[in-house]
Design a protein around this ligand. Structure first.
Ligand SMILES: Nc1ncnc2c1ncn2[C@@H]1O[C@H](COP(=O)(O)OP(=O)(O)O)[C@@H](O)[C@H]1O
Ligand SMILES: [Mg+2]
Length: 322
């Protein structure tokens, strides 16, 4: 079974657990979220992608009842968030964008103190704390002060803390930003385990690789609007051709190459900070043939499949020619 089939079979079984309709958030005159619609099914991992300032955190805060919507409807675990904010808070787990652990407390203490907010029996909280420390691989750090932990450990502790009340729905705002690759992979493993257990995960990220690996479906936000939605595979198929040829060379050669690529490829884009042209196509061989015929000097060519990052750059980044 392919990743996408597996994903589909996991989602959409338990009905809708999160739904936003025309959801808005303004700060004074400034509208950070401009009336967005989304629906998340129980057991899905659902992503909110977008550049900084897109409105992701504002949306997350409304979902976890830390900010009041200025318009629209929002239901979380089947409850209207505005009328039932306290119940929603009890039923979900939250990993906020900014670490708000109690740095002066020890690792296990952070979980115990948090457990008290939920009026859980002390014995149960003690048992869960140990299970969760084991889950996020922090058992050895149980008695360490939070301030002594690495960034990756703190993020794992935040994830453990979000699970103290055994929520069905966990909201994670940029769970891996700022982590090194090892720490990031460990967090991904933990999130996949949670998804396998059937938890619904809502996460924001600006890492396309993260979204492609974890999310069953996602929306891309920009400037307070949702500008695209679908599974990672659907978004790639819908917005970009399946293959990419990246050409690198000196500026004069690239200038000469551009019209040839524009004629032969489905679309051409400038490639990021490096001097490069990206040709999107279904037939890389045909393009290579044309480039060879032209005799233009190309220093380096990379042939790869297109991905979510290409979709993201196309929709939110620079455009050269379509
Ligand atoms: N409390 C606030 N007061 C005023 N403006 C805010 C506040 N919070 C966020 N914003 C603005 O709203 C926009 C969206 O922010 P945010 O939701 O944090 O986006 P993201 O998480 O996608 O980076 C940004 O322009 C940000 O500056
Ligand atoms: Mg944010």
């Amino acid at each position: 079974m392919g990743a996408e089939t597996r994903r589909k079979s996991r989602g959409r079984t338990g009905g809708s657990t999160l739904s936003g309709r025309g959801l808005r958030k303004s700060y004074g005159d400034f509208e950070a979220v401009k009336g967005v619609d989304f629906e998340v099914y129980a057991g899905e991992c659902f992503g909110f992608l977008g550049p900084n300032g897109a409105g992701k955190t504002s949306t997350m805060k409304m979902i976890y009842a830390a900010a009041v919507p200025t318009g629209g409807e929002l239901s979380v675990v089947g409850l209207d968030v505005i009328r039932h904010d306290r119940e929603v808070k009890r039923r979900i787990g939250v990993v906020p964008q900014e670490n708000n652990l109690d740095e002066g407390l020890k690792v296990r203490e952070n979980l115990l103190v948090y457990g008290r907010y939920f009026d859980l029996p002390r014995k149960l909280v003690l048992q869960r704390a140990d299970e969760l420390l084991d889950f996020v691989q922090l058992t050895e750090k149980a008695e360490a002060k939070v301030e002594s932990l690495s960034g990756g450990m703190k993020r794992r502790l935040l994830i453990a803390r979000a699970l103290v009340n055994d929520p069905d729905l966990v909201v994670l705002d940029e769970p891996t930003t700022g982590l090194d690759p090892q720490a990031r992979h460990l967090v991904w493993d933990k999130l996949r385990e949670l998804a396998r257990e059937g938890k619904t995960l809502i996460l924001t990220t600006h890492y396309m690789e993260e979204a492609a690996r974890l999310c069953d479906r996602l929306v891309i936000m920009e400037g307070g609007d949702i500008i695209a939605r679908g599974s990672p595979g659907e978004l790639v198929r819908e917005h970009v051709s399946p293959q990419v040829l990246e050409f690198r060379s000196d500026p004069a050669s690239l200038t000469a190459l551009r019209p040839i690529l524009e004629e032969a490829a489905d679309s051409v884009e400038e490639g990021g900070s490096v001097e490069a042209l990206l040709a999107f196509t279904r037939d890389a061989d045909a393009i290579m043939e044309r480039v060879r015929e032209s005799g233009i000097k190309v220093e380096n060519i990379v042939h790869r499949g297109s991905g979510l990052e290409d979709v993201f750059m196309r929709l939110t980044g620079r455009r050269l020619a379509d």
